[in-house]
Unconditional design. Structure first.
Lengths: 270, 270
């Protein structure tokens, strides 16, 4: 699994992921609930932002959350302890080599993970191995190429392009949302069903302007400023212009982004 | 109103608009029904593809459909006569200078019209004039900049760009969907509410692959081949490559497009 996680692990980033999880929870998670007693695996739990949502929405499920990064897991453990949640157990593990028996889980779940991987196929293959025949796979990913806005400027486009290019340089794919269907189909999951989850923002939706446009998307782009300039992808003046142009849509323009959620079944005969 | 209507008026085009209207009817029109006896104006009815849907879904409404082009109106009249619909009356008129009294209509409706206009504001102003205070405005438009696909190639992007550039050269804006909110807000409509209507296509949705990807979107792009090549926007080999690349997504990739539907109220005091 790729260790050069583009978003970093600092406190600001952890705060951003909290904001993002809260604003988007209904859109992304409203249709995910696991029955009491079922075994659920989350691979790539990071600092536990999505794990907390899973645990709250499926309080009777037996959730196992794994991540390769010990420092992220420490944050995740603290987060879940603070919530007084008892149905989550954490393990440090590589998502492509999980320490679980074949067909151990009723459900497997990944969110904002595959975009960071050079070979998402290897994690999907491992998820298929540990999933019961007919069990459910849920995958949620973004697609930065789905972003557009009004008004849209060349500089605004360029700063978003920097994020996509940096993620590609790390071996990831910031445009993975659009290829979830082919990925899961080729990984031999069954009954693959993908639905777009569309964020549409205009001045009649001020909570989304703040919660998504400013504090999620523009914050995410802003976080790679130094990397983008150091890599020579953009000069500092254009960067400032581009971020300013994105912010200028708030209160007068529109902002568009699409996440993708895939649901599939583990093969009934393997 | 701009007369150089980019899509042309030939029989093939009329067939394409039929396919499009049928495939997209639920997505775009499911939430538009007008009460019996209410006066409804459709501006820019063209050959009547949307008019037929309005008339069928609101059989008791008194629908007036106007277009500036006599030949389109002739096709529209025949279409509605064939349906044995009696609640539609047609008028040839410029949408920016309507032959109706102030506050004459309970509802006004435009679909795939504003994208073709150099000054959509003048049509909106006229719609506001003929609309009763508190009456409803419905606007449906596409946004060709919302299109993306997987796999996506430079040539595939270029042929779509040709359509956008040709529409701009005619004075239109193929990216108008994203600016419906600001347009309607500045035109002093009230309670403006815009919702994206997202077309997501993958091989699990073969009816959408045929009905939308191939027979609506790719057909629409293909229709401007001669104009694009004559205008020097692209060479013939790149055109063939681009159209081929778009078609190659069918059966194995994904296809994405967003329409926008705006609902608003006429000012209660004007």
């Amino acid at each position: 699994m790729n260790r050069s996680y583009i978003h970093g692990y600092d406190a600001l980033e952890s705060g951003r992921l909290d904001d993002q999880a809260h604003t988007l929870e209904e859109l992304l998670h409203h249709d995910t609930r696991y029955p009491a007693g079922h075994r659920v695996l989350e691979t790539g739990c990071g600092t536990g932002a999505q794990t907390a949502i899973l645990a709250r929405r499926s309080p009777g499920a037996r959730i196992t959350a794994v991540d390769i990064a010990a420092d992220s897991l420490a944050v995740a453990r603290k987060r879940l302890e603070a919530m007084a949640v008892a149905n989550v157990h954490f393990h440090q593990a590589d998502g492509a080599r999980l320490p679980f028996a074949d067909h151990h889980f009723d459900h497997v779940f990944v969110c904002f993970l595959l975009e960071h991987l050079a070979r998402p196929e290897s994690v999907l293959q491992e998820l298929r191995r540990v999933l019961k025949p007919g069990g459910s796979l849920t995958v949620i990913e973004g697609d930065h190429g789905s972003f557009y806005c009004y008004p849209q400027t060349a500089a605004g486009r360029q700063v978003v392009r920097c994020l996509i290019d940096l993620q590609a340089a790390c071996g990831g794919d910031a445009l993975i949302g659009r290829r979830l269907y082919p990925l899961l189909y080729r990984a031999r999951f069954e009954d693959v069903r993908v639905t777009p989850r569309v964020v549409y923002v205009d001045p009649s939706r001020p909570a989304w302007e703040e919660g998504f446009s400013r504090n999620t998307f523009i914050a995410m782009v802003s976080a790679v400023e130094k990397n983008a300039i150091d890599a020579g992808l953009i000069d500092p003046a254009d960067w400032r212009q581009g971020i300013g142009d994105l912010k200028a849509t708030i209160g007068r323009g529109t902002f568009h982004y699409t996440f993708f959620k895939a649901l599939a079944r583990g093969p009934r005969s393997s």
